[in-house]
Design a binder for this molecule. Sequence first.
Ligand code: PLP
Length: 381
Amino acid sequence: MNDHRDIEHANNWIELSSGALLHNATLFRRLIGSDLAFMAVVKANAYGHGMLPVARTVAESCVDWLGVFTASEGIALREAGITVPILVLGATSDRQIDGAVEADLRLSIMSTGGVRDLLNHSSCASARVHLKLETGTNRQGLVSADLPEAISLLRGGGVSIEGAYTHFADIEDTTDHTFAAGQIDRFGALLERLDVTVPIPHTACTAATILFPDTHFRMVRVGIGLFGLWPSKETQVSAAALERNDLDLRPVMTWKTRIAQIKNVPTGEYVGYGRTFRATRPTRIAVLPVGYADGYDRKLSSGAHTLVRGTRAPVVGRICMNLTMVDVTDVAQAGAGDEVILLGAAGDESVSAEDLARLADTINYEIVTRAAPGSPRILVP
Ligand SMILES: *Cc1c(COP(=O)(O)O)cnc(C)c1O
């Protein structure tokens, strides 16, 4: 994990509000009640927020489980001293199985091939697995016809079947939840076919957790909501219709950089590649040492705002690989070295992940997940 010294020399960095993270975790805990297990999904570097600081913070709060995509992520959490149960949501390759079992990671089983790989390792007798069941997303999952063979092989190998789960195809994409309801029905039918009692069935991502208590089963798997973001507008609309929209989610991420240089650009001069911006007044331009290589998407060119000294400063011209120019003519006293917020809030102003997603033609998930790869992450109050 990083400390404040690391950001002194960084071109851009991420500040994580531990207060917001704990606040969001508490909201979800209240929503599901005290009996169910609560998994925080921290795959993809905790959606760009930083896996270790996020995992450490939530594992000491009301979160019981962590979800990762790869066994390597799970092993990194164990090496950082994290002891809560961890489920690997992706497939674990043959050569990672022994290490994963030794680290007490729960493995997902999503094909009969995966079962055979596991049984080739003597470590399988101490493995605990969760069966990923196909209910309509057609991405990863055992189909009904695979189940009898998979179960009998696993039992024969002494593998403990701890969980069974599925994932919704379109629950955050629409306000019509007919397909999701069908997936729950199919999941229920598959659980019955298993003919073993699985202690922890689970299906709910953030949207399902918020909208439908009948998706909670014994555990929920919350990713985006924990970071203070709604899965989609449709989820917010559906939540309002169900009067479940009183959830006060608080964004956890603030993405910052610093002004590298101020340039005075005379009227009529151009700024940047392609000469897409031309000054129509004497213009003060702040040069920021951040660009599309840092996940500041080129589609944000001439569209996004940043916050400088609490004032909105628009991106002018094209975002470059490592540099971005913003107009600070109207920001009194903006100077080299000033902090600039690329994503986050200052006073009454904010630049949200949704604002940037709209401009970049994507979803809030992608904006935060791709922010500032390799740059420092620090926890702030
Ligand atoms: C990523 C993921 C989640 C979390 O989804 P959110 O919409 O971010 O809450 C849950 N379950 C599985 C299987 C996932 O891959």
